[in-house]
Design a protein around this ligand. Sequence first.
Ligand SMILES: Nc1ccc2nc(N)nc(O)c2c1
Ligand SMILES: [Zn+2]
Length: 373
Amino acid sequence: MFDLKFELIKKDPGSSARLGSLTTTHGKIETPIFMPVGTQATVKAMTPEELVQAGSQIILANTYHLYLRPGHELVGRLGGLHGFMHWDRPILTDSGGFQVFSLGELRKISEEGVKFRSHIDGSRHFLSPELSIAIQQSLGADIAMCFDECPPYPAEVSYVQKSLELTTRWARRCKEAHTRTDQALFGIVQGGMHPELRRESAERLIEIGFDGYALGGLSVGEEKGLMHEMFHACAPYVPEHFPRYIMGIGAPEDLIEAVNAGYDMFDCVMPTRNARNGALFTSFGRINIKAACFEEDTGPVDPECDCYVCRNYSRAYLRHLYRSQEILASRLNTWHNLHYYLNLMRQVRDSIAAGTFSAFRKEFYAQRGGAGS
Ligand SMILES: Nc1ccc2nc(N)nc(O)c2c1
Ligand SMILES: [Zn+2]
């Protein structure tokens, strides 16, 4: 166990939103927080200095990918992820279970673990709870995640029940294999879209005991309304004095709803992946920079954004870069989108501190011309 010193600083009077902080080996994190995804030891197209300038406090990396390439032992021999990628702030690593199912081929799941073929070269591999923990310890993450099974969606309730039982046994094995005392370990609550199974999963993980708890198995194709329902249904199952993380979340409105429901940590490839496809987030909703209407638009992506990109480049120029498939297009689009996400979460934290989160949430939707969900 690692004492993250998770502190509940303030609770919002009109919702379950809360302001918090936690302290890892590589520094303090203020919550609610969005964590940019740096799968292969890089947040694509951004340098660490640019990430810090955009407001990043913590980033994600991925066990499955780094085990396959360049190999966790190599990264361990070179001093771990922080030195390897020149990032001296906190890092959270996902455990690989989800990626095996979303990327690996010819997967075969057993009590022992998961057999799969690499999506890179088809080579055969076997990931177990013990190996996932060994990889995350070699990488030197500040927060490691238990090796879990994310059930497909939709799935029979009998499958979801069996899956959460397996995930619970794997979580126990992860805890037993986890020896680094400078690294936190989070349990991952499963149970599909069934609140009573979610409660069972959470209770069994709490019995084992972890430094924080994540909701897995969401953002797997379910309808947005159902996903938001699960946010509210599951929050009370994780004790309020632990960090609550929802994996793979989400669009800006999903972050607002998850904060409203009482969660603290989020990660999603949306801002970085959408950027590379020209989809940009703004205070009035999303735009796609390749649209013809921007051809001679000398304005910034978002007049309300004070990021480096919006201060120095026009929509017309960004459209030109994107259509010309210039590398700078990915860089500037990513920089703006990450700034948007990180700035949104800073505004969320400020509103909770001021006791005005509910008003902030209303304004968030009003600016998009939509009613709150
Ligand atoms: N939507 C997601 C994203 C990442 C996940 N990672 C793990 N380990 N487990 C899940 O269920 C996830 C779900
Ligand atoms: Zn901007």
